[in-house]
Design a protein. Structure first.
Length: 307
């Protein structure tokens, strides 16, 4: 039997449709009897984390199997005049700088409505009640555009929070710039806009949320090869840029383990193979195959932990 020292923290990274693999890992870890004391996630990781809080990981396969892009991505272009800035590496030619300037402008244009995602969350999670079946702390992580910092909404055993509803926190975490609209927030007399911080890159997230834990399990959706992912097709540039940023985030989050005073053992689980999915490829058949890969990798991880 595997032996992990408690308390155990779970960190779930983002990755759009690649989160189907993460769901498979999580569902299998839970099925094998692993339990967590605190959970944090961003983007699709926040949705998988919410599923754990509500004891719904057993439903994840069916959800991914029935996934259709047409039910998630409803075209509704809109421009938001907010101070959103993407990650920029220093230096570069004049042409590179001009391209970055254009990217920042395009990032304020969102292509799809967030109503289908809200409808899904309200139908799947919100109706389950305000109290989590599990007594657990859950952190939904997004990015506050005006502050240029991560925004962490904490839910301690229930969906109650001072300034942000549970569904708004989840939606904000999934609001990929250029894809979904930002979620507005008013706090301390100021107005902010929250987006998915996994593709921003200005301020990275860390594992300090799990101070006091003896074990942390991270489930990423990126592979090392995503640092140089090829740009193919009409959305190839977007795919390449976002995959690279997610890979950088995953590595930096993992490296932040050295700053945790309780010195936990940190395990990073990543896809062992190319999942054959694009970030916005919500194809039920492909997603279920990725889910299967995740289940198999979870079993391999637990076998190695038991040795």
């Amino acid at each position: 039997m595997f032996k992990f020292k408690r308390p155990i923290g779970l960190f779930l990274c983002g990755g759009g449709a690649l989160g189907s693999w993460q769901s498979g890992v999580l569902a299998e870890l839970v099925r094998q009897g692993l339990h967590f004391d605190a959970v944090a996630g961003f983007s699709i990781g926040s949705l998988n984390g919410a599923a754990y809080c509500y004891n719904k990981t057993g439903e994840l396969r069916q959800i991914w199997r029935g996934m259709r892009a047409s039910s998630i991505l409803k075209l509704s272009p809109r421009y938001y005049n907010i101070p959103l800035e993407l990650y920029q590496q220093y230096g570069g030619s004049l042409l590179t700088k001009a391209g970055f300037f254009l990217q920042n402008r395009l990032a304020k244009l969102t292509l799809f409505s967030n109503k289908p995602v809200y409808d899904f969350l309200n139908g799947w999670l919100a109706r389950s009640g305000a109290q989590f079946p599990r007594n657990i702390k859950f952190y939904a992580i997004s990015h506050a555009v005006e502050l240029k910092l991560p925004y962490i909404a904490c839910f301690d055993g229930s969906t109650q929070s001072k300034n942000l509803s549970f569904t708004d926190a989840l939606m904000a975490s999934c609001s990929i710039p250029m894809v979904f609209p930002p979620v507005p927030l008013e706090e301390h007399g100021r107005k902010y806009h929250l987006v998915d911080g996994g593709v921003i890159g200005i301020a990275t997230i860390n594992l300090n949320l799990f101070e006091g834990c003896r074990t942390i399990i991270m489930i990423g959706n990126s592979r090392d090869t995503d640092m140089d992912y090829p740009s193919i097709g009409p959305f190839g540039y977007f795919e390449r840029k976002v995959r690279r940023m997610l890979a950088i985030h995953t590595q930096k989050i993992y490296e932040s383990r050295v700053f945790i005073k309780s010195g936990p053992a940190v395990h990073l689980i990543k896809p062992p193979v190319d999942l054959g999915l694009n970030l916005l490829e919500f194809d039920g058949v492909k997603c279920e195959k990725a889910f299967d890969v995740g289940e198999a990798e979870a079993r391999r991880f637990l076998r190695s932990a038991a040795e």
